[in-house]
Design a protein. Structure first.
Length: 239
């Protein structure tokens, strides 16, 4: 079964835009779990423009499903937070300071030694590690050499090409990369711009997918469809 982890950054963005604690990010995490999500994802950034570091600590206290923290391991504050809260999974992304959103995977060949060191730190603490990777077989091979437990395929290109109607062409590179990951014994996650239109097709072509992490599209859909209904609709795309 492919798990749905809901990224709640956008709920925090809405809260931060007005000040105060409405919507309540921690309550949202509790409710999303109750509505059927298999996990909660957060991506704290140094400027805390959405999820704040203390949000992570508070969510860790109440979470009953899987907890996934995404972030840039070049930030010592991020490393310290992950080691303090010990989520089920940490997803390492190669963001730069002030980046709007993650937009590329690691060069796992160039940064092999660095990633191997960082992955070892988290694994020693009992945390499963996933690293953000573009759908390129050589990058998947490089990921395997770092000792990571999983990779997360960056799916923005898939979503963009799928929207033009070139569905098979859009998913082709992802199937090849996913097969390479499977052959190498890597767990497989995916995320970025997956939505109710393109998710089912992606899952059908990569049925061994372990987890998808979805935030922006799901929270946007929830404005029209309701949060509980939307979580269930996304879950059905993964059957």
């Amino acid at each position: 079964m492919t798990k749905l982890s809901v990224n709640i950054n956008k709920i925090a963005t809405l809260r931060n835009s007005r000040g105060g604690n409405n919507p309540d990010v921690v309550k949202s995490a509790i409710d999303i779990q109750r509505f059927g999500a298999d996990g909660i994802t957060v991506h704290p950034r140094p400027d805390e423009r959405h999820i704040r570091y203390n949000d992570v600590r508070e969510i860790k206290k109440i979470i009953t499903t899987e907890f996934n923290i995404e972030g840039n391991c070049r930030e010592q504050k991020f490393i310290d937070l992950v080691l303090e809260t010990r989520p089920d999974q940490v997803t390492l992304v190669p963001d730069v300071l002030g980046q709007l959103t993650s937009d590329h995977g690691w060069d796992t060949i160039k940064h092999k030694d660095y990633l191997k060191e960082m992955i070892g730190i988290f694994q020693k603490a009992g945390i499963r590690v996933s690293i953000f990777v573009d759908p390129v077989p050589t990058m998947v091979e490089g990921a395997a050499a770092t000792g990571t437990d999983r990779i997360e395929l960056y799916t923005e290109a898939y979503a963009r090409h799928y929207a033009t109607g070139n569905k098979l062409s859009a998913v082709k590179d992802y199937v090849e990369a996913a097969q390479k990951a499977k052959d190498l014994g890597l767990g497989l996650n995916a995320g970025h711009d997956l939505d109710l239109h393109n998710l089912q097709f992606f899952k059908q072509h990569i049925p061994w997918l372990d987890e998808v992490s979805i935030g922006h599209a799901l929270i946007s859909d929830a404005l029209y469809l309701g949060l509980e209904n939307t979580v269930q609709m996304y879950k059905r795309q993964l059957l």
